[in-house]
Each structure stands twice: as C-alpha cells, then as structure tokens.
Design a protein around this ligand. Sequence first.
Ligand SMILES: [Zn+2]
Length: 73
Amino acid sequence: MFRSSPGVIRTFCGRCGTSLTYRKDGEPDSLDVTTASLDRPEGFPPRRHIWVEDKLCWVSVEDDLPQFQRGGP
Ligand SMILES: [Zn+2]
C-alpha cells in the first residue's frame, strides 16, 4: 500500500511492483483495478475511455465506446 497523493491509496505486487489497485479515500465503494494485472484480462473488455484529454497525441481511439475527457461515471 502506498499513498502517492493525499487521499489516494495504491497497491502493488509484492514481487515485481506491478500496479494493482487505486482507491480514493472519499469513494469507499469504488476500486480501480489494473486490468493487465489480471490472470485473464480478456474477460474484462473496456466499456468506456476516461481521461481522454490526457492521452498522448499518437494514441487514436477508434471504437464506438463512450469517451470522457476526464474521469467518467
Ligand atoms: Zn508481480
């Protein structure tokens, strides 16, 4: 467990350091999980794109999923 910023807790793999989860103190019912850290990430396809305003200029979002410039619902 690591507090990278005030009000945020991140967890990492104890062996390799891979980022596992992200949680805000004020949102106890919400937990972000790093999909690529799962054994079967293909079982959790994306449903939306968030923080689109921060994507790198060479990243192209070309599917029909909802996009949110910042964090989404
Ligand atoms: Zn690991």
